[in-house]
Ligand binder design. Structure first.
Ligand SMILES: Nc1ncnc2c1ncn2[C@@H]1O[C@H](COP(=O)(O)OP(=O)(O)OP(=O)(O)O)[C@@H](O)[C@H]1O
Ligand SMILES: [Mg+2]
Length: 232
């Protein structure tokens, strides 16, 4: 592998550190992920998939070890640098969507473009374009709390794609998508991979794990790596 896009070196994550309820969710993960590939983290509920995604995405910091993105040491960056890097380089599709209630689908999708200072017309056009690509343009002006689970999921995906960040992280992105929408999501994954985007997706959906677009399936169990499937 040429210089890996993402490098994890001895990553440990403990919750409630030093308290009576201390819990180790990840036990020393060392992993290298290549650019422009699709990586799936698989494993049973509680195995640490979401925790690992949050460390790769720079929304949480490891208790021990290091995370590097394109050579930059995420774990050592001060919070404002990390926030800027997240804004510019990482699109996050969260397991529970994290849409902002009270705002419409369109307003939610526009959010990542606001701190980048995009002109209003460009932001509006691009947000409508991604909503249309995900098939939710007709719901653009509806407040997000009035959408179905599948619609919320697609709005969350559209928001992550707005700025076309080089790294896309998705937590159970197909959990509420039917067969057709699931395929559509995998087509989007393939299109962006072909353009050089890197994906890290947590999923136990056989449709995702077995998809031809996936380059690596990395299995987790009890916060440890448990081998890999051979590439398709
Ligand atoms: N903020 C937290 N505080 C305490 N424990 C946590 C916290 N977040 C996660 N955990 C624990 O860490 C372990 C791994 O959780 P994680 O959410 O990463 O699992 P997962 O593989 O994503 O599961 P699922 O498939 O259910 O989403 C679980 O036992 C969970 O209870
Ligand atoms: Mg999870």
């Amino acid at each position: 592998m040429s210089q890996p896009f993402i490098e994890l070196d001895g990553v440990v994550k403990r919750f409630h550190e030093g308290e009576p309820g201390e819990f180790t969710a990840l036990h020393g993960i060392t992993l290298q992920l290549a650019r422009a590939q699709v990586h799936v983290l698989a494993g049973p509920s509680g195995s640490g998939k979401s925790t690992l995604l949050s460390l790769i995405g720079g929304v949480a910091r490891p208790s021990e070890g290091r995370v590097r993105l394109d050579g930059a040491p995420l774990s050592g960056l001060p919070e404002h640098h990390l926030a800027a890097l997240r804004r510019e380089r990482i699109g996050f599709i969260f397991q529970r969507y994290h849409l902002v209630p009270g705002l419409t689908a369109l307003e939610n999708v526009r959010l990542p473009g606001v701190p980048l200072g995009w002109p209003r017309e460009r932001l509006q056009a691009r947000a409508l374009q991604v909503l249309a690509e995900l098939g939710v343009a007709p719901r653009a002006h509806e407040r997000v709390e009035r959408l179905s689970g599948g619609e919320m999921q697609r709005v969350a995906i559209a928001r992550a794609l707005l700025t076309q960040p080089p790294l896309l992280i998705a937590d159970e992105p197909t959990a509420h998508l039917d067969a057709a929408l699931g395929r559509q999501f995998l087509d989007t994954v393939a299109t962006l991979k072909a353009r050089g985007h890197t994906w890290v997706i947590a999923s136990h959906d056989p449709r995702v794990i077995g998809a031809p677009v996936v380059d690596r399936v990395i299995h987790l169990a009890d916060g440890r790596l448990r081998g890999e499937d051979a590439p398709c």
